[in-house]
Design a protein around this ligand. Structure first.
Ligand code: RIB
Length: 299
């Protein structure tokens, strides 16, 4: 079953720093690397490495052809990759010695899509195919509505979260990927203290009764809430060096397993292993493991 991923393509400028830079501070970095990133591109690579047939709908600057090479090498279909004159999206990423990160985004070409462009990109999509999207491209609402009108199943990862997300037609989603803070923002709940997973079950069931909600819990693990049932799988304990892209790896691997008909527990476990491998490597797209690496991973 094919999946269309409408997602960002970024140049990630990754700086290793002793600590995240403070207001007014000038800080020397001790390592610099430029890699393909963007939540969209990372999630396409994770889907492809997991084994999915994935069509990435994305744009980048005409001079950055080399940028998308890792997408192609991972097996992502290129029909809907386009070059434009706008600068490519990019991210300035600091990663400190404790593997903490901070990210500044510039949307660039990721915000060049119009509703007409998106309608064209879905012309070959059939009812029952999947659409995945994140919150780094333009016309998100229109894309959800277009896909729903064609009968696609829609998975959404509303990252990076902003106020506009609450106004999106989230009732059209089959699958929602959120972290604990994001789910609180969507449900208008306080984050201090965070609600328990048990508390969230009834609230999510009432708000989106037909949507599978996957909640990532960072180093604690991940949970799913579906049809009033909670599944929780603890994280695989590993020494993280860089968590950038771990959530994207989780999303791609989870979605692939779910689309294959695996149980929620099996999908959470598979995605947890993939992201445990990811955090032990530096970079975003470059740190996403292959299916063979996840198969071989011993906890
Ligand atoms: O999720 C990690 C990604 O977020 C980075 O690759 C960066 O480009 C931003 O989109």
């Amino acid at each position: 079953m094919p999946i269309y991923n409408y997602g960002s393509i970024n140049i990630d400028h990754v700086y290793r720093v002793p600590h995240l830079v403070l207001p007014g501070e000038t800080l020397s970095s001790h390592h610099y690397r430029q890699v393909l990133g963007g939540k969209g591109a990372n999630q396409s690579i994770a889907l492809a490495r997991a084994g999915s047939e994935v069509f990435h709908i994305g744009r980048y600057n005409v001079a950055d052809q080399a940028l998308v090479q890792p997408l192609i090498e991972a097996g992502v279909a290129a029909e809907h990759l386009e070059t434009v004159n706008e600068p490519s999206g990019h991210a300035i990423i600091q990663v400190d010695d404790q593997a903490e990160n901070s990210i500044i985004l510039y949307a660039g070409a990721n915000h060049s899509f119009t509703v007409t462009d998106l309608a064209n990109s879905l012309q070959a999509a059939k009812a029952g195919d999947w659409l995945l999207l994140q919150n780094e491209c333009s016309c998100t609402q229109a894309m959800i509505e277009l896909a729903a009108a064609r009968g696609l199943k829609i998975a959404f990862n509303p990252a990076p979260m902003n106020a506009a997300v609450k106004d999106l037609p989230l009732d059209k989603l089959s699958l929602l990927f959120v972290n604990q803070v994001e789910v609180c923002q969507l449900l208008n709940l306080p984050t201090e203290p965070l609600p328990t997973l048990e508390d969230l079950v009834a609230l999510l069931q009432a708000r989106w009764p037909d949507t599978l909600v996957v909640i990532t819990l960072g180093s604690k693990g991940a949970a799913s809430v579906y049809q009033g049932q909670l599944e929780f799988v603890p994280a695989v304990p590993v020494q993280a060096v860089d968590t950038t892209g771990a959530g994207d790896t989780f999303t791609g691997y989870f979605l692939h397993a779910w689309m294959q008909g695996q149980s929620l527990r099996a999908a959470l476990e598979r995605a947890g292993k993939a992201s445990a491998l990811c955090v032990q490597r530096v970079g975003a797209s470059s740190s996403i493991p292959t299916a063979a690496e996840v198969d071989a991973f011993k906890q």
